[in-house]
Design a protein around this ligand. Structure first.
Ligand SMILES: [Zn+2]
Length: 87
């Protein structure tokens, strides 16, 4: 699993319904990849803040997060949010 694969699957990884196997694969990658650790850390903090504020299942993607990740998250969480990436 490389960085791109990790980023593409972060949305699933951060989903509470993510498969345990996927989490393990990503976490194994994170152990050795500081860049991806930062991405996950930033996103997790953002999600926590957003959920704490609204208690709904929405994700505000940090503007500095890569487009690929932004798209992955937007695709994964579009349903039910009513709030996609600013457009
Ligand atoms: Zn990586």
């Amino acid at each position: 699993m490389d960085c791109n694969e990790v980023l593409e699957q972060l949305a699933d990884y951060l989903d509470e319904e993510a498969r345990a196997e996927l989490c393990r694969e990503i976490e194994e990658h994170l152990k050795g990849c500081h860049d991806c650790q930062l991405e996950v850390d930033t996103i997790k903090k953002t999600i926590v803040l957003y959920q704490a504020d609204d208690r709904s299942r929405r994700i505000e993607v940090p503007i500095h997060v890569s487009r690929k990740l932004e798209k992955a998250l937007a695709d994964a969480y579009r349903e039910g949010t009513g709030t996609g990436p600013s457009d």
